[in-house]
Write a protein of this length. Structure first.
Length: 95
């Protein structure tokens, strides 16, 4: 399980960055580097996400890493970041 202080730090940083509690489609896409439709939303307004929703989604991505030895977790993190960067570069037309 991800430490609550880490979640709170993520929430605080997102709140400081956007100065609001609800994020729109483009803002969520920037933060998760993926389709915002994959992020479950508890917001009552369509096509918006609470900061808590985004933080919970991001924490679920790294949750399996919390149970791995440090070396394996680092390797896995590098692989995930590399894969996401590859998708981003292809999407932006860099490759």
């Amino acid at each position: 399980m991800i430490n609550s202080s880490i979640k709170n730090r993520l929430k605080d940083s997102l709140h400081d960055k956007y100065r609001k509690l609800v994020l729109d489609f483009d803002e969520v896409e920037k933060e998760v580097l993926d389709s915002p439709k994959l992020v479950p939303s508890n917001s009552v307004v369509p096509n918006t996400w609470l900061i808590d929703d985004v933080v919970n989604y991001l924490c679920k991505l790294v949750e399996p890493l919390a149970h791995m030895p440090k070396r394996e977790a680092r390797i896995r993190t590098i692989e995930v970041v590399d894969r996401e960067l590859q998708k981003y570069w292809i999407k932006q037309g860099y490759r």
